[in-house]
Design a protein around this ligand. Sequence first.
Ligand code: CMP
Length: 144
Amino acid sequence: MAEKAFVMIKPNAVKRGLIGEIIKRYEQKGLKVVAMKMIKMKKAQAEELYKVHQGKDFYQPLIEFILSGPVVVMIIEGPRVIEAVRSINGETDPLKAQAGSIRGEFGISVRKNIVHASDSIQSAEQEWKIFFEENEIFEYLCGF
Ligand code: CMP
């Protein structure tokens, strides 16, 4: 079965009109969007998503930033999808991210680094369950 990753387009990227540009990059690589919605995240959801960072100095500003506007949450499927999405996104710090990656091209701030993606299959499942019901995840064949 294909692996699934949780991906979120952060509020600054939504405000900058980058939704289409970002989704295009996953799709053109051959990955499949199997669930997607725009939401204004609830504080409890943000705290659950970022619970591993609780207590760190960047935690509170990160939560405030994520709650500052709508985000697009999605589940993306494909072979080795965690690795594939992380390579498309680039490193967490946009100034260290490869040229041509999403963060390398569009980001400058670590906090406002355009996108979030799960770092493992296990965390992906924990993360998408914060935002999606099972019946919001679709199975379909790619192609015409
Ligand atoms: P993300 O993939 O959303 O996962 C955790 C986020 O914390 C990360 O991207 C960054 O936006 C943020 N983050 C990680 N390290 C730092 C840092 N040193 N300073 C500010 N923000 C950080």
